[in-house]
Ligand binder design. Sequence first.
Ligand code: HEC
Ligand code: HEC
Length: 362
Amino acid sequence: MHTIIKIILATIMIVILFYGFLWILPSKEITYMPDDALRSYALSHGLAPVPTTYKKLLDIVDNPNNPLSPAKISLGKKLFFDPILSHNMSVSCFHCHLLNDGGDDNLPTAIGFGGRANPRHLNSPTVLNAALAKSQFWDGRAKDVEAQAAGPMQAPFEMNITPKEAENRVKKIATYVENFQRVFGKKNESVTFKNIQKAIGAYERTLLTRGAYDAFLEGKNSAMSDSAKRGLNLFIQKGCKGCHTGMSVGGQSLQHFPLRRVLSDVFENRPFPFENRGGFLGKDGKNVFRVPILRNITKTAPYFHNGMVTDLKEAIRIMSKYQVGDEFTPVQIHDMVAFFKTLEGELVSYDVNSSTDVDNSD
Ligand code: HEC
Ligand code: HEC
């Protein structure tokens, strides 16, 4: 009995010491790097500009199990916008992923088929640059955009269609059948649910955006304001880029959130520093989430997996406090917003010309 009490007390002491130590650690001093040093630091630490040519795009996003071709991309584009892929022909992918407005729906939680809300109150992430991510969904449960596409079509609260129903719908439209045969070759069986996923995925692989940040990384110093450059300095030196990394500035790993707990949250048993609406706790219910993509973040409010934070400044404050343990000052938050503005971008219109049209992969 005594030993048990001792073990419990010792554990409590260790927890208090550990968290106490984290909070007492002095915050890191920032030395703002000049433009060239900032650029080469960013480029040598996993950040990269989005390519402008189709050839370079292929080097980065082409999928050996779903080779890109101009005809496949254009077929995928038609399907992405087509509500026939929902049971009552009212909801397309575009319904929740507005390509001209940040690639999401600007709602706290997604509203799909028949006005149904996402049962876990999940926020729609952007589809822009999603193909650059290493996994898809808030808990990373789909490995790529092709696999991902099967989810929303079948979800009763999104498009609510069965694979058979989707195939039959597409088969009724002669131009679709022609296009599927052109792209996937096999005469009779080219309209399959899997090929619908592949075509949509191929289109999504071309949905990359470029902004002022890309121009800066390519050498144009004037592309970013001094405030935005200070924001990028902070982003790198305070450790944000440790998680929000890669060409997409996110999407590369699954991470704990919140990483650091404050005692009041622990005592109140609150899993997040915002309302736990929907009750979703990430992968395996362990507060582990696929790190969101920050390109176009200024256009994808509200924030976090359940859309419970509407203000970008508040999202940044939460991240600085809970993920890097160094709560930003209002000036630092202002600079971070200025940096995030440079991640806003336009869809690159890739000159899709060369390459073969027939996909003979299975
Ligand atoms: C009703 C709104 C809605 C519709 C319709 C919809 N989505 Fe989504 N989309 C969401 C939500 C919500 C999530 C996050 C769900 C989750 O993580 O469980 C999501 C996630 C995604 C992701 C993952 C992005 C990332 O960074 O993880 C992609 C890609 C995507 N959707 C593409 C599509 C495609 C393609 C279609 C059409 C076949 C589609 N969506 C239809 C709401 C929608
Ligand atoms: C340890 C990994 C990690 C670090 C470090 C980190 N983040 Fe995050 N970030 C995440 C995760 C995971 C989420 C999603 C949490 C959720 O939705 O519940 C997130 C979400 C965000 C969001 C909201 C994104 C959206 O689409 O809703 C912003 C903005 C953001 N982070 C900015 C930052 C900034 C700025 C820093 C540095 C101060 C930072 N992050 C540091 C992992 C991290």
